[in-house]
Design a protein around this ligand. Sequence first.
Ligand SMILES: [Fe+2]
Length: 401
Amino acid sequence: MTRHVNIKIEPSRELTPSTELELLRGAVAQNPASTQLRMRLARLLNSLDMFSDSIKMLTAHAPLGDDYGVQTALIAAYFARNEAGDTLMALQVAERALSLELNETQKSYLLAELAKAHLRRNDTEKALSFLRKALELDISNVAAFKRLAMELFRQNKPLQVIKLTDDLKQNGIGHSRLLAARTMAFAASGDYKSAQQLACYASFIYEGLIETPAGWSDLATFNAALVSEINTNSSIRFERYGTASEKTWRVEHPATGTTPAVRALLAEIASLAERHAGTCAKHDHFWTDVRPQSAILRSWCVITEGHGYEQWHMHPQGWMSGGYYVEVPDAVTNGDGEAGCLAFGLPSGLIGEVAAHNFGQTLVRPKPGLLTLFPSHVYHRTFPHNAEGRRMCIAFDICPA
Ligand SMILES: [Fe+2]
């Protein structure tokens, strides 16, 4: 197998979400029977946290039809809105959708959604049985794996999580959720050495200042150009459902047709990440064994004022992830505490304080111009900087293509 990971950058966004929304709404109004258009509009509305609009649009024109994509968008909207009765609605739509003509991957997806509804309704036995069935139908179903592993952690059964990951690993599965859960399960069962070996910070975390991209005189000028491009991005928004961001501003697609600095940064990241992947591949490790041959670089921007932060999370879509610091308050760069820092470790919520403490925490102190790269399965969080000014980070995933 070649060591090289070929990274392509996702295309820039030509349309703002509001323009896209306007166009799609117009198209649906003209063709209300088109399930394709309604599904696209629903997915866009869901991505903008406009769940009620999505539900209204999908249920306004009866019949909903027998389209799997439409049904899954509706289920997602009910789950995300999560008002009284929404879980039951999601469950009913999923049950109905299961009677459609579906392939095994689609059936598996719906079973995992049914399981989610049962978990929310505290019907754990039913949920576990659906999750196991979902994995039997599609062994690579990440959502089913995640829900099953999380439930096993809740029941304090880390050895069962290790067994589950062993079984999947033997069948060639190695997504980031699996590596993350396996790391936590080792720590929760007291095997810190195996947990630390799987995270392998020393070999796989990269930290370094980037070279100034061609066209800018120095890094400070380049970062100022990035700040200006992000500040004028019209899709900037406060928080987003389903992310780890708290009290944080986000730009979901920082690269557009008018952001030369962002695009130059992404090109630099892709090149450094390819080089880092090559270096990592020299190590014999589960993570490097599952490296993709080709990958897509997807990015977003996170901006925090004094109180914003990221909860513990990992990056389920990626193989390698990272962040570039565009702007960082001096108090953070020159500080000596945790404020404003990035920390690698494990969340205590699922494995307990003792296991998380014994596993340990590794801090990265941000400064403007610093790039970090790390395996997508390693858990991390950030601390509020509590300072004047902003901390701006362009985060990214390198996703198997
Ligand atoms: Fe992250």
